[in-house]
Ligand binder design. Structure first.
Ligand SMILES: Nc1ncnc2c1ncn2[C@@H]1O[C@H](COP(=O)(O)OP(=O)(O)OP(=O)(O)O)[C@@H](O)[C@H]1O
Length: 254
């Protein structure tokens, strides 16, 4: 079983320290880990560091499967407007392997189109898709590669409410069934409460907390990290959710 563990991970851009001292317990296959934190906290930088696109201090230890490399979906995935959706998913599937497309590849492509409910887009050009449709195709391109460790940078930012729910439910199911370790950065704290097994909170390039969402996401943490006053409802046996009451600096301003 694959595990990912970070020890004292840091990143600098020139003289500027962006991330420092990020250490985690082992993050396991089958888990969904939400990475939350304010704008510019360092979430994308952390993903790029884990994906091997940035160098820096510390160690990123992946154990359990030889040659396992994280599969990374950037926040603004570029699209090649010349390709159709189907072609782009074939290319993603074959990335780094032989050019021959076999039965298993075709079955995997069909399954991902079905899972994400985008079969009807298969022969549309990438350039003629809406922002949300493009995001679904980007997720398809990532999932079709059968990753063991999946790094998704704001995978639901362009999706409508229905699709957000569907995609996060799908990711949770696939994490369990295919033993994938999924890290997803999210700005919606309620999504983190609902879907994540664990949550990592980044602020100012430091790890503020990591643990079970309903233990980590507290009124005090939301005040400290986001400068908001908020209460958490529905905890007793139900699904907890955050209600924002105002800014900590001006509590009356809703
Ligand atoms: N290529 C770069 N060169 C210099 N600084 C950078 C570079 N990329 C990011 N940064 C800086 O690193 C910091 C963290 O950025 P990052 O994109 O990791 O934050 P984030 O938590 O993902 O933010 P957001 O929620 O707004 O997407 C920011 O201050 C940003 O300006």
């Amino acid at each position: 079983m694959v595990t990912l563990q970070l020890s004292c991970v840091g990143v600098r851009y020139g003289q500027r320290e962006i991330l420092a001292d990020i250490s985690t317990p082992p993050l396991h296959a089958g888990e969904v880990i939400a990475v939350i934190g304010p704008n510019a906290a360092g979430k994308s930088t952390l993903f790029r560091r884990i994906a091997g696109l940035l160098a820096g201090a510390g160690e990123i230890r992946i154990t359990g499967r030889a040659g396992c490399r994280p599969c990374y979906l950037p926040q603004d995935a570029a699209t090649n407007a010349v390709l159709t959706v189907y072609e782009s998913i074939v290319l993603a599937r074959k990335q780094g392997s032989s050019w021959r497309v076999g039965e298993r590849d075709l079955a995997a492509i069909d399954a991902v189109l079905h899972d994400l409910e985008i079969e009807h887009l298969a022969f549309r050009g990438l350039g003629e898709l809406s922002g949300g449709q493009r995001q679904l195709v980007s997720i398809a391109q990532t999932l079709v590669r059968a990753p063991q460790i999946l790094l998704l940078d704001e995978p639901t930012s362009a999706l409508d409410l229905h699709r957000q729910f569907e995609v996060l439910s799908l990711l949770k199911r696939l994490a369990r069934e295919r033993r994938i370790c999924v890290l997803a950065s999210l700005h919606d704290i309620n999504q983190a409460l609902r879907f994540a097994d664990r949550v990592m909170v980044l602020a100012g390039g430091r790890l503020k907390a990591i643990g079970v969402p309903r233990e980590v996401i507290t009124t005090a943490l939301l005040g400290e990290v986001y400068d908001i006053t908020a209460r958490i409802e529905g905890g007793d046996g139900g699904m907890p959710y955050v209600v924002v009451e105002g800014s900590s600096r001006s509590p009356s301003a809703a």
